[in-house]
Design a protein around this ligand. Sequence first.
Ligand SMILES: *Cc1c(COP(=O)(O)O)cnc(C)c1O
Length: 432
Amino acid sequence: MAGWKSEALFKKSKEIMPGGVNSPVRAFRAVNQNPVFIERAKGSKIYDVDGSEYTDYVCSWGPGILGHADSRVIEAVKKACNNGLTFGAPTEKEYVLASIIQELVPSMEMLRLVNSGTEAVMSAIRAARGFTGRDKIIKFRGCYHGHSDGLLVKAGSGALTQSVPDSLGVPEGCTESTLVAEYNDILSVKSLFKKYGSGIAAVIVEPVAANMGVVPPVPGFLEGLREITKQYKSILIFDEVITGFRLAKGGAQEYFGIVPDITVLGKIAGGGMPLAVYGGRRDIMEMVAPLGGVYQAGTLSGNPVAVTAGIETLKILKDDNDIYNKIEENTTKIRLAAEKAFGSSVCVSQAGSLMSVFFTEEKVTDYVTAVSSDTEKYAMYFDYMLKNRIYIAPSQFEAMFISAAHTDEDIERTCYIIKQAAELLKSYMGMC
Ligand SMILES: *Cc1c(COP(=O)(O)O)cnc(C)c1O
């Protein structure tokens, strides 16, 4: 529940920014509430303007793998600020960050730094199209790749190949080259390749879908994508904006052992600052300007302050051999607690330190089963958690992020509150 300062700020903000926010999901609309305004954060906790402390499982939607305001990152960023905020010229730090990324994700033989995941995905697709000389791309229903025109598409009902824009203001011409397949359904991909094979530049996928709630890949799905893209000389793009540096040091490609042609990184890569990356096979990346004819540029790309936050964050992850085991174990504890508390009335999914509680009795494997969830029950669950000072995503279709800053005490209390939430929902909403 938002306190009175949050309410007042929200009222004023709504007059000057659409919905009072700078990114839609922050508005808490999916749970019929008003947002809490955040003043500061440290470790596993965030604090709102009314003085309430929450254990945070949103983690800024993914970047916060170390928790908030890690002192090592903050000190380095402060130092970098003193040297100037932007130069528009190359720096040694850009080389350092690129080298660390390359070491952790070896399939990125060459890479480029940009400012947002949206921009990185857009550029990756341009490079794939430039390299193959083909226009069509395949994306999966329920996967999110930022808000660029050509990717704001899910399938029109029943007709998988009919690419209707999800947003007003997107001309049909922008999405006619976007084909939509079903996540975890390799046959839906095969049939598109059969029909359009020689015209398909790339397949783009979240190796673990995390923008329709968390939906892990079924065995064979990523392997199948690797195989069919090779067969048709299409480019396989892993959008690892969430999974990169989260599932493992080398992201989902290391976790599952599947190597894509192009990788997109974001969120954790910038350590909390605006920074994203695209890169991959050398022969593809050599198409990018000024080497090749694929144009892509950015005034603030490789910004020294953002790059510093990225370097410090990735260094910590690189040198720590416990983090990934610890956050996955803690996530497993929460998953088991949710499964025990709710029983078969929910489907709890987990991949590494990502998880979701879907309020459906179906096994969630794709978009259709994900949206079978009862979002009203999720709203009640969210409300109970927030009232008990546990901050989870204000939407059924987002991930819960567990960070290295979450303490045993945080995890224990979270499991306990989930148990209470389940009891409440059962008694009030007749969940069995
Ligand atoms: C967040 C996200 C993006 C977009 O990144 P922005 O920095 O918000 O533009 C793209 N792909 C995936 C998988 C994401 O989760």
